[in-house]
Design a protein around this ligand. Structure first.
Ligand code: ADP
Ligand code: ZN
Length: 729
């Protein structure tokens, strides 16, 4: 039994984010402290943030043990979150201090809260009531005792701020100072939602019963794009809130949040808390603190929201659960989908994994009965699924340096004539993927990475998509110095836009690519403009494949359906299948039927045929059988080891040493492959070597891995990272 409270002077173990491996002993401060308390402790000459993790070990000279500096004014970290950090750390082989860092990413944790002016109902009476004044008073009365900022109140009442100030002058409205970390407006789960279709109602009922059970469970909510998955899981959110518990909705892309916030506001009467990189520091701090106090009911966020200090988390929704961006690829390597399941199991919470094209992992878990499974078969209302067809590029008459086939051109033209939108999809940022010198054949590459420099013509620069380094477009070849000989090879979205502008000079064209927007707000504005019909042709990378609703979009043209099928990655088929079905799902979401045309040189390829036929079960079965036979995830376990360093030979030597000393893994029946150059053999000047470990399912892989790599001495700038369940293999 661990104790919850430590009296002054008792030994406590404090975990800090410093890389020390374990909790250090301190004496509880004056007034004592709770288990889980956030504290400031002296460490050498510094003061660092820590959490009381348990009783002290007492293995230090007691005269040297220092006292906790002070206890911070935030809710102690709950036992569930501490257990989650420990288990997630053990799973991903991440030391606890690094896990703690994920959970303490709130700015200004140790600062006292700053104040701001708010307005609430006052005791006085206004001298006269104008319409505007009446609206302000009605708004305040509607929300009872709540206080609002000037901006909030005037927006809600639809008045200028001077109206509020006028009322304040008479005392009808009272001005007060409150800490910035104010509770969020309450969401009202009792407001009626949309009337659900029969299918939706069945699915919603199942989810609601699951949430009401108050126990752990995971449900795969599969439904074609536009079938109403969001409407359905919002019902589960409603029941979670009714039970007085908190809910978290994870989205793969910040650009999707604003549409989602609006939907939540329509459904529950107020906006939820937000947690992602586009949120201001003040708001993040508020979100973090209010969650701990139970003064925020719903968070919509990015994967890092999993580490927030919820007081009572009852439901986690992972929307577009197949999305690869849920995998964090640097620092702590974790998959938010899997971590959501772990956190929910510790919190006795429910998980909903929503997708039109689930990951093979989730599909297999549903098949095996580990996850419940719900299916929404049809699109809501009049919307029907797009017709999918291949354009056989071997039969199309296209000049060099052109990529929009005559067949596709004809279809776009029809859409223009009818005032409908077309989306041309190409998963390649920039102008051209390769820049080559026509005099010497040199391909311009990055100095620091094993990657080509990609021309971004809008910015007149070359960019490395690995390290982000950019430089001005050179006039002469970096190798042979020939002037004016550098030429683009192949298409990127910018070049495609150029081609479309020539073919359709009258069309309004927008390019949607993550590098073209300086801010989340700019991207949001562009997406809203498209949704409102301000664009005829959208040219986009996979940014557009994700859940946006463009009601006038009736044609999707995939420029290169074969793109993802090249290369040796075993997940290529799954990825291509998901991406093609997702992007096609953008077409025909409202009352007009949609078409999705895929340009391909290999229409007979099994993956292309599966995409066209829409036989998803057949595709998954075949893919599953192949993985099963190869002992690959989800039917076997994998881990990747990346050794990197400034010196290629040293990295290879360490890789070879590891491969030879694989006894702890062989004992499990696991196999080590490699070392081989990593898929990208050099990034930011560091050479990268990869080993892959394949193990049977059900073995204790992590302990064996730590035994294997744990004792390795890293010299000469070498680094070693373990990637459990790697994305590519
Ligand atoms: P998904 O999440 O599966 O892509 P959404 O929940 O976004 O689907 O639904 C697609 C569109 O259909 C949305 O605009 C949504 O508001 C609408 N919709 C879905 N179900 C209903 C319903 N029962 N009543 C009214 N509108 C609905
Ligand atoms: Zn680079």
């Amino acid at each position: 039994m661990t104790r919850d409270y430590f009296a002054e002077g008792e030994l406590v173990g404090v975990l800090t984010t410093e890389p020390l491996g374990r909790a250090l002993d301190y004496k509880a401060p004056e007034g004592g402290c709770w288990l889980g308390a956030f504290v400031e402790v002296p460490l050498g000459p510094r003061k660092v943030l820590g959490v009381v993790w348990g009783p002290g070990r007492g293995d230090w000279d007691s005269a040297k043990v220092r006292a906790v500096g002070r206890v911070l004014d935030v809710a102690p970290m709950r036992e569930e979150l501490r257990a989650f950090l420990e288990k997630a750390g053990a799973y991903t082989l991440t030391p606890l201090p690094a896990m703690l860092r994920l959970a303490t990413r709130a700015p200004g944790l140790s600062d006292p809260p700053s104040m701001r002016k708010v307005y609430r109902l006052g005791a006085g009476a206004p001298d006269r009531l104008t319409d505007a004044r009446r609206r302000v008073m009605a708004t305040l009365e509607e929300y009872g005792g709540l206080a609002f900022t000037l901006k909030e109140l005037s927006e809600m009442a639809g008045v200028t701020s001077s109206v509020v100030k006028g009322l304040a002058a008479h005392g009808a409205v009272e001005e007060a100072d409150t800490p910035r970390d104010a509770p969020y407006l309450p969401l009202d789960p009792d407001r009626p939602g949309k009337e659900l279709t029969a299918d939706q109602a069945v699915a919603a009922r199942v989810l609601r019963d699951a949430v009401r059970s108050g126990s752990y469970g995971t449900t795969l909510l599969k439904g074609v794009t536009g079938s109403g998955k969001t409407e359905v899981y919002l019902e589960a959110v409603a029941d979670c809130l009714k039970a007085g518990r908190q809910a978290l909705v994870l989205l793969p892309e910040i650009a999707l949040t604003s549409e989602f916030l609006t939907r939540v506001e329509q459904r529950f009467g107020a906006k939820p808390a937000e947690w992602h990189s586009g949120v201001t520091m003040t708001e993040r701090r508020r979100c973090w603190r209010m969650l701990g106090q139970g003064a925020a009911q719903l968070v919509v966020g990015a994967r890092s929201a999993l580490f927030l200090p919820f007081r009572d988390l009852g439901l986690i929704v992972v929307d577009e659960e197949h999305d690869t961006s849920y995998k964090q690829e640097d620092g702590v390597l974790y998959n938010a989908r899997d971590m959501a399941v772990l956190r929910a199991s510790i919190n006795s919470a429910q998980v909903v994994l929503a997708s039109a094209t689930p990951s093979l992992e989730s599909w297999a878990n549903a098949e095996a009965g580990k996850y419940a499974r719900l299916n929404l078969g049809a699109r809501f209302g009049q919307a029907v699924l797009p017709r999918m067809q291949a354009i056989d590029m071997r039969l199309e008459d296209l000049p060099g340096n052109a990529w929009i086939s005559p067949t596709l051109q004809g279809e776009v033209k029809q859409r223009l004539d009818r005032g409908e939108q077309s989306l041309l999809f190409l998963n390649r940022r920039g102008y051209a993927p390769v820049t080559i010198c026509r005099a010497c054949g040199h391909q311009v590459g990055c100095d620091n990475c094993d990657a080509r420099m990609v021309e971004h013509r809008f910015q007149k620069r070359l960019m490395c998509h690995q390290c982000g380094e950019t430089r001005p477009m050179p006039q002469s070849c970096p190798a042979c110095k020939a002037e004016g000989k550098l030429a683009p090879v192949g298409p990127g979205v910018e070049r495609l836009a150029e081609e479309a502008a020539k073919l359709f000079p009258e069309a309004r064209i927008a390019v949607l690519s993550s590098d073209l927007f300086g801010s989340a707000r700019a991207l949001k504005a562009q997406i809203e403009e498209i949704a409102q019909g301000g664009t005829d042709i959208i040219i986009g990378t996979q940014l557009v494949a994700k859940g946006h609703n463009f009601p006038r979009l009736t044609l999707v043209g995939v420029i290169d359906a074969d793109l993802g099928l090249q290369g040796s990655d075993l997940r290529a088929a799954e990825r291509t299948f998901q991406l093609m079905r997702q992007v096609s799902g953008r077409a025909g979401r409202a009352d007009k039927p949609g078409v999705s045309l895929m340009q391909t040189f290999q229409p007979e390829h099994p993956v292309i045929r599966a995409i066209l036929s829409g036989d998803e079960e057949g595709f998954w079965q075949a893919e599953a059988a192949e993985r099963q036979q190869a002992g690959m995830p989800p039917y076997g376990r994998m881990a990747g080891i990346i050794v990197s360093g400034p010196d290629a030979a040293a990295a290879f030597d360490l890789g070879t040493y590891l491969a030879r000393s694989d006894a702890p893994l062989r004992a499990l029946g696991a196999t080590v492959y490699g070392p081989a150059p990593a898929p990208i053999a050099r990034i930011r000047g560091r050479h990268r070597v990869r080993l892959l470990v394949k193990a049977p399912k059900g073995v204790a892989l992590q302990p064996a891995l730590s035994e294997w790599v744990g004792g390795v001495k890293l010299k000469g700038g070498l680094r070693l990272a373990v990637d459990i369940d790697p994305q590519s293999f």
